[in-house]
Design a protein around this ligand. Structure first.
Ligand code: NAD
Ligand code: IPM
Ligand code: MN
Length: 347
């Protein structure tokens, strides 16, 4: 059956990395005989400009009817201080899709240690996956704006914590069976609920997984002190946003990091970086995070493991061959670097 894929290029470098992702998906579909249909829709700042809404009804409907969605990036200085902002569309889309589990893998590729801001011997072997809760917490609590007083409510229920913790335990079972849950239980009530819920689930169903708890401030430290000790990291929405940018750069560039947002049926796939206004429109963006997001789409939405592996292998071989963008010390533009991966996907 034909897989219906919705592409949301968005803003800034979004359209550039989406073009790269599209070529990679088309190449994998051709090589592995997967039937796909592709459609692009306005989303984010461009949708505010064209339709007055970051998530227009037509885009929402197309996403809800899709088999999988790819998003480039949204946002930019143009819309930053407006009442309607591109980021609101992204939160609304994640909520509408109920994609509560956001998987953000990070791996330092062998031979790439010198591109890490950390010492090579510290970066070497780092290979982790952050499972970030994506539809709750401070991002979705009640917000009161104000010039003198403002609040952002942080709310979690046991059910919300349990369902994302289950994804993390299952992920750990398929890897080194090591789970680190990150919270701020020394201060926050939501973190104490988080920790108790994770402990209960561990005891009841996942005692074969080694579980530890780390406070988020210490985690920020340990991530750069000894990143290779971590396997699966489970954390709430806001902490996961911050720690995943930190973790991504250990591999050399935020431009390398993909993500999959799962749970509600339709998967949403996006690189973890933003619209990078400083390099937008210059063909400088690293397309790898987007192409690896396509690998995650092939794996998690289409069950096409062989195709997913082929895309990942193509990316690794391309980087190893020195075909890199400027963020990794290379000379290639986004298009050329994507082309080098696509060639290898086609075999
Ligand atoms: P950013 O991730 O866009 O950029 C941070 C730095 O990383 C910049 O120097 C940028 O040039 C660099 N960078 C990012 N992606 C890169 C790539 N693929 N290749 C090479 N270098 C890359 O973060 P920011 O500047 O804080 O945010 C810019 C805008 O993006 C904001 O409006 C923010 O809200 C939005 N944003 C959107 C998403 C999303 O759509 N999922 C994610 C994060 C930020
Ligand atoms: C991300 C981004 C988003 C987030 C913003 C743009 C709403 O930073 O996907 O990491 O904070 O989740
Ligand atoms: Mn982020």
């Amino acid at each position: 059956m034909t897989k219906r894929v919705v592409l949301l290029p968005g803003d800034g470098i979004g359209p550039e990395v989406t073009a790269a992702a599209r070529r990679a998906l088309e190449a994998a579909a051709k090589r592995f005989d997967i039937s796909i249909s592709l459609e692009e829709h306005d989303f984010g700042g461009i949708a505010i400009d064209n339709a007055g809404d970051p998530l227009p009804e037509a885009t929402r409907a197309a996403c809800l009817a899709a088999d999988a969605i790819f998003l480039g990036a949204v946002g930019g200085p143009k819309w930053d201080m407006q009442e309607k902002r591109p980021e609101q569309g992204l939160l609304a889309l994640r909520k509408a899709l109920d994609v509560y589990a956001n998987l953000r893998p990070m791996r330092v590729l062998p031979g790439m240690e010198e591109y890490s801001p950390l010492k090579p011997e510290i970066a070497r072997g780092a290979d982790m996956i952050i499972v970030r809760e994506l539809t709750g917490g401070t991002y979705f609590g009640e917000r009161v704006e104000g010039r003198e007083r403002a609040t952002d409510e942080t709310l979690y229920t046991r059910g919300e914590v349990e369902r994302v913790a289950r994804v993390a335990f299952e992920t750990a079972r398929m890897r080194k069976k090591k789970l680190t849950s990150v919270d701020k239980a020394n201060v926050m009530a939501t973190s104490r609920l988080w920790r108790a819920t994770v402990n209960d689930l561990h005891k009841a169903e996942y005692s074969d997984v080694a579980l530890s708890h780390v406070l988020v401030d210490a985690m920020a430290m340990k991530l750069i002190q000894a990143p290779s000790q971590f396997d699966v990291i489970l954390t709430e929405n806001m902490f996961g946003d911050i720690l995943s940018d930190e973790a991504s750069v250990i591999a050399g560039s935020i431009g390398l990091s993909p993500s999959a947002s799962l749970g509600g049926g339709v998967g949403l796939y996006e690189p973890i970086h933003g619209s990078a206004p400083d390099i937008a429109g210059q063909d400088k963006a690293n397309p790898v995070g987007s192409i690896l997001s396509i690998a995650m789409m092939l794996r998690h939405s289409f069950g096409a493991e062989e195709a997913a592996k082929a895309v990942e292998n193509a990316v690794e071989a391309t980087i190893e061959a020195g075909a890199r963008t400027a963020d990794l010390g290379g000379k290639m533009g986004c298009k050329e670097a994507a082309g080098a991966v696509v060639e290898r996907i086609l075999g």
